[in-house]
Design a protein around this ligand. Structure first.
Ligand code: CU
Ligand code: ZN
Length: 252
């Protein structure tokens, strides 16, 4: 089991950590016997030693968790088939999956929608192909590995409220995955002009694509490091705090 872990991580730092941990465990167990002069020692150092072993174990568990977490980034660009006069939607869609096959969380951070007085709803989905040329039309239909109707596709993320030309949203617990046979890595995220009718439109297109309208922008989902996720998580937290402060000052 331990050797499997070593094989998977292939990290010299992890190897050193394991050796240190084995050594400390051996010392701690030897010391706890207490009768052997070569291992026995005062009570206080034994406690320190056990604390160190516990901390080392926790650090290893944290590194193991980090090693199994998957991150993906999708850098949204306006559809190449749109005129320059059309809305130029850009931004980021980020994914994090804590373990292969586990829960998928996402950040959506987009701007460049038309400035409208009222809130509008825009659909966002995962489409089959990670091909963006000559425009987002090249991404094909919704990604539908199980042959089910819309909106039961794994990348049917639904509708997102746009205010002041932009949207930002954290969505936990999405049905899609970054691993396994139905991974969305290499496929496309498409941002639509209209609202998703969620299969209730009463026509054939409704149970295929939700009648969400033209494709304004798209991107290809690619595996990434944690940096984008950590930065956006921090930004979202700051935005939430600013919003809360604004609401509080209005209420006062
Ligand atoms: Cu779509
Ligand atoms: Zn769908």
């Amino acid at each position: 089991m331990l050797l499997e872990g070593l094989e998977r991580c292939r990290s010299p730092a992890m190897l050193a950590l394991l050796c240190a941990c084995w050594f400390l465990v051996a010392c701690a167990s030897g010391a706890s016997v207490g009768s052997d002069a070569s291992f026995g020692g005062p009570e206080e150092p034994n406690r320190d030693l056990r604390a160190t072993v516990t901390e080392t174990g926790e650090e290893m568990a944290r590194r193991r968790r980090e090693a199994t977490t998957l991150y993906a980034a999708c850098h949204v660009q306006p559809s190449a088939s749109l005129d320059a006069a059309e809305p130029q939607v850009t931004g980021l869609v980020l994914f994090r999956q804590l373990a292969p096959g586990g829960r998928l969380d996402a950040y959506f951070d987009l701007k460049g929608f038309p400035m409208e007085p009222n809130t509008s709803c825009r659909a966002i989905h995962v489409h089959h192909f990670g091909d963006l040329m000559p425009g987002c039309e090249a991404t094909g239909p919704h990604y539908n590995p199980l042959g089910v109707p819309h909106p039961q596709h794994p990348g049917d993320f639904g509708n997102f409220a746009v205010r002041g030309g932009s949207l930002w949203r954290y969505r936990p617990g999405l049905a899609a995955s970054l691993s396994g046979p139905h991974s969305i890595v290499g496929r496309a995220v498409v941002v639509h002009e209209g609202e998703d009718d969620l299969g209730l439109g009463g026509n054939a297109a409704s149970v295929q694509n939700g009648n969400a309208g033209r494709r304004l922008a798209c991107c290809v989902v690619g595996l990434s490091g944690p940096e984008h996720w950590e930065r956006l998580a921090q930004e979202h937290q700051q935005r939430k705090e600013r919003k809360k402060r604004r609401q509080e000052s209005k209420a006062a």
